[in-house]
Write a protein that binds this ligand. Structure first.
Ligand SMILES: [Zn+2]
Length: 343
């Protein structure tokens, strides 16, 4: 193993498949590489074969970089041309790891060692990596956590929350020629979904519109059987606290179905820093689970619109630009007191 530039490091991380649940190899490669550069590196066990990577230069870093090592499926090996690196993890989030490590090394060359690196597992599913990291003793010493997700190199000052749930209906099976003998779970579900679609969810001036996706729908057994069971999966992108929305859904459903809450993360406001282009993003990150890690910030190269697609890529110039932005952000945080986004 030798020192790599930002593009080599991006491709080397992308070459190791790390779909959520299978992050062990990429984590140990990253550990070995950071050790080679001279970092103190720990693996924090999250499950039997999943480890967060935690690296630092001094005992009490005040500023940390973080993002995740896992990707969505399927693995797509890296390719490149003069402008772009293509493949799984190019922007979400292995290019970001490479940009953060490169920025941290540049800061270190300038004598700034108040930096840590946290790379989590499982962000694309249930953020168990971030949840485990939240109890790490170094969290208490951290003042600012710069999380990386593809924000087009803008500083995200807010991110929407996500409420994921399933609605289960049940009925009674019967011969479809004698519908009066049964009770259709699918018709019940369709009625409920229609009511959900007509619901006006609250919007927020800062975070924008609350949006709803009915992402999955399943049910029934055969064309000639009244369906005894059906279910739908919903994801709501939250711009307000989740509880009123959950209450509204419950009263709308009113005993017509069972509601299974899969996960819920609240919308988060992050630090505003002068001199950076700022915006609100619609996606959710590890940040809601890293509450012990100081004040959160969010910035990274690449576009969320190509993340999770077969055409995922990152512009090489965006990777390089991110390094400069990360360096400036850390210097700003260590020397001035930024202000928190106003509510
Ligand atoms: Zn991501």
């Amino acid at each position: 193993m030798k020192k790599m530039d930002i593009f080599e490091l991006t491709k080397s991380l992308m070459n190791v498949p790390s779909v959520s649940g299978d992050e062990e190899a990429v984590g140990s490669n990253l550990r070995d590489y950071l050790r080679l550069l001279g970092w103190t590196v720990e693996l924090q066990a999250v499950s039997e074969n999943q480890n967060n990577v935690i690296a630092y230069l001094n005992d009490t870093p005040r500023v940390w970089f973080s993002t995740h090592m896992d990707t969505v499926p399927p693995f797509i090996p890296p390719t490149e041309d003069d402008e772009k690196i293509y493949g799984r993890g190019a922007c979400d989030a292995k290019g970001i790891i490479a940009a953060q490590v490169t920025a941290a090394e540049q800061l270190r060359k300038e004598g700034i060692e108040d930096i840590g690196l946290l790379y989590t597992v499982e962000e694309e599913r249930s953020s168990t990596g971030a949840k485990a990291a939240n109890s790490h003793p170094l969290a208490a010493k951290c003042e600012y956590m710069i999380n990386g997700e593809p924000t087009d190199n803008d500083l995200a000052i807010g991110s929407k929350g996500t409420f994921r749930l399933k609605i289960h209906t049940s009925g009674k099976a019967a011969h479809s020629a004698y519908p009066e003998m049964g009770d259709s779970a699918i018709e019940k579900l369709l009625d409920i979904l229609e009511d959900v679609r007509r619901t006006k969810f609250p919007n927020d001036d800062f975070f924008g519109d609350t949006t709803l996706n009915i992402g999955t729908i399943e049910g029934g057994t055969a064309l000639n059987v009244i369906p005894p069971k059906a279910e739908a999966g919903l994801a709501i992108r939250l711009t307000t606290k989740s509880q009123p929305i959950e209450d509204a859904l419950m009263s709308l459903i009113r005993g017509r179905a069972e509601v299974e809450v899969l996960s819920c993360s609240e919308p988060v406001r992050m630090l505003e820093v002068e001199g950076f282009k700022q915006k609100v993003v619609r996606f959710t990150t590890d940040i809601p689970y890293l509450t012990n890690w100081g004040q959160p910030l969010l910035l990274g190269p690449g576009s969320i619109l190509v993340a999770h697609t077969k055409d995922e890529f990152v512009l090489k110039k965006d990777l390089e630009e991110a390094v400069g932005l990360y360096v400036n952000l850390v210097k700003h945080l260590l020397t001035t007191e930024p202000r928190r986004a106003q509510s």
